[in-house]
Design a binder for this molecule. Structure first.
Ligand SMILES: Cc1cc2nc3c(=O)[nH]c(=O)nc-3n(C[C@H](O)[C@H](O)[C@H](O)COP(=O)(O)OP(=O)(O)OC[C@H]3O[C@@H](n4cnc5c(N)ncnc54)[C@H](O)[C@@H]3O)c2cc1C
Length: 473
């Protein structure tokens, strides 16, 4: 059945009824605004939902879940729309768009924050930083906090304050049956465990409550830029540097061509570079000491590792990853930054890459690694480092070439992989890779899935299938 036939088949009276039940907006393919509403960050994803329900509140979420179930429609959940695999959308189904639900309430005395599901990193930082507080957020301000947290949530504060999901205190969830429940250490503790890494598999999260931590508002953060010709010595120095960094320091290496960003002097635009990026979660004077070696090494092309508002640092890289470009990511965790791996990085990072492509090496460890592997669903906590190879381009005609670059590069780094991967960096890569994201936690996640979503209604995601009925309780 094509999309138009499908829309006709869903009785128009039923659609009118859903529309009447919603405080938000319901869009069909013929409606003005539909084309915009089906666009997400990654323009390489081109899906045509039958219905897009822009929720105005929790009641709309309940109505949308019930409607999709009644009519047997595939169901996708959209928050910030950043997932590279395009799981925010589904062909011929119902997309529940939560992006307009933006409330943030900080309780500075209790050091907690409660957010609605459409809040982005930038929205959250804006509110929490008014009180000198923060949780670990992703490195782009436009990413959705809910999708980020449900997968784990890596970012500049993680080695000091843990992953975003490690600060989660409770979550309100609309279940497959349209019930509203709260998951925390005390209530639905199995679901609370699964939500901290297990993604959107278990229900629609409509509110999240976090513990917040004192951060800044001024921190030392930014980057030191070196020429790619000196990548070997820079990366060897970096390996030694991160071996002794305190938890306050989180670093990310970025191998790319310098973007035409306002903070890059024009004469460096397009130059192949190694960016040693860092953020220090502690006071400025200590930060300057802890980061001194990073600033003093070699003769950098640019040093903008300096005191600045944390919220500003969080927006620094937004311009390099705008919505509407085409993206393909390949990622896994690495055992160590060995000499042989450094050679593979040098061979591939700048070869055949469009000037927009970039490769990130995330320094893990610290508070992330101190949480027990089975304490939350997030897997691979012992990994010291993660690589994310990001092909970025604008023209559909370049798809094959750019994707081939990412795949070849990924294959060259596979011998150095732990075998694990971060679920939020996965494309559409199949069950084996999803299992690799969870390791030992996968079977327990499947049991929680069976309890909360036995028919796999919430399957447009990095899917954890419930075990076959005969196999489980
Ligand atoms: C530019 C960029 C930078 C990034 N940087 C980082 C980073 O620094 N650290 C990091 O950890 N990740 C990072 N990511 C990855 C990011 O965490 C994932 O893409 C995440 O899925 C984004 O969430 P979203 O709500 O924006 O995405 P969406 O595409 O809207 O949602 C993705 C999935 O999350 C689930 N989901 C979202 N909201 C809900 C909800 N309310 N209830 C139930 N399920 C829900 C659904 O399964 C949905 O399919 C980055 C992504 C981009 C594009």
């Amino acid at each position: 059945m094509d999309l138009m036939e499908l829309c006709k088949a869903i009785n128009s009276a039923a659609i009118a009824q859903l529309r009447a039940r919603m405080r938000g907006e319901l869009l069909l393919p013929a409606d003005a605004g539909y084309e915009d509403a089906r666009r997400i960050w990654n323009a390489a994803i081109d899906k045509r939902p039958a219905l897009i329900a822009r929720a105005g509140g929790v009641a709309d979420v309940v109505a949308a879940v019930r409607f999709a179930r009644e009519h047997g429609l595939p169901f996708a959940i959209r928050g910030g729309g950043h997932n590279v695999a395009g799981t925010a959308l589904v062909d011929d189904g119902l997309v529940l768009d939560l992006s307009r639900l933006k409330g943030v309430r900080v309780d500075p005395a209790a050091r907690t924050v409660r957010i609605a599901p459409g809040v982005t990193n930038g929205d959250l930082d804006h509110e929490t930083q008014a009180f000198g507080l923060a949780i670990t957020g992703g490195i782009a301000s436009t990413t959705g906090v809910t999708g980020l947290t449900l997968g784990g949530g890596l970012g500049w504060l993680m080695r000091k304050h843990g992953l975003a999901c490690d600060s989660l205190l409770s979550a309100d969830v609309v279940t497959v049956g349209g019930e509203c429940i709260t998951a925390s250490e005390h209530d639905h503790a199995d679901l609370f465990w699964a939500l901290r890494g297990g993604g959107g598999n278990f229900g629609v999260v409509t509110s999240l409550e976090y513990r917040v931590h004192p951060v800044g508002p001024t921190v030392v953060a930014g980057l030191v830029l070196h020429p790619a010709e000196r990548a070997r010595e820079v990366l060897r120095f970096y390996r030694d540097f991160v071996a002794t960094t305190p938890d306050e320091v989180t670093t990310i290496v970025n191998l790319r061509h310098a973007p035409p960003a306002p903070w890059v002097p024009p004469h460096l635009h397009g130059r192949a570079v190694v960016a040693l990026m860092a953020c220090h979660a502690g006071p400025v004077d200590r930060a300057l000491q802890d980061l001194q070696k990073l600033k003093q090494f070699g003769a950098p092309l640019l040093d903008i590792l300096e005191p600045k508002p944390y919220a500003l640092h969080q927006k620094m890289f937004d311009g390099a990853v705008p919505p509407g470009w085409r993206y393909c990511w390949k990622s896994h965790y690495l055992r160590a930054l060995s000499d042989a791996l450094i050679e593979a990085l040098i061979e591939h990072a700048w070869r055949d890459a469009s000037p927009r492509c970039y490769t990130l090496l995330f320094q893990m460890g610290g508070a992330v690694g101190r949480v027990a592997e089975t304490a939350t669903a997030f897997g691979n906590r012992d990994a010291p480092c993660g690589i994310n190879i990001n092909a970025v381009w604008t023209e559909p005609g370049e798809d094959a070439q750019r994707i081939a670059w990412a795949r070849d590069f990924f294959a060259a780094t596979e011998p150095f992989s732990t075998g694990g991967v971060y679920v939020n960096f996965l494309g559409t890569e199949g069950e084996e890779r999803i299992r690799a994201a969870y390791g030992a936690n996968y079977e327990r996640l499947a049991r929680v899935k069976q309890r909360y979503d036995p028919d796999n209604f919430f399957r447009v995601n990095q899917n954890i299938a419930p075990p076959p009925r005969s196999a489980g309780g």
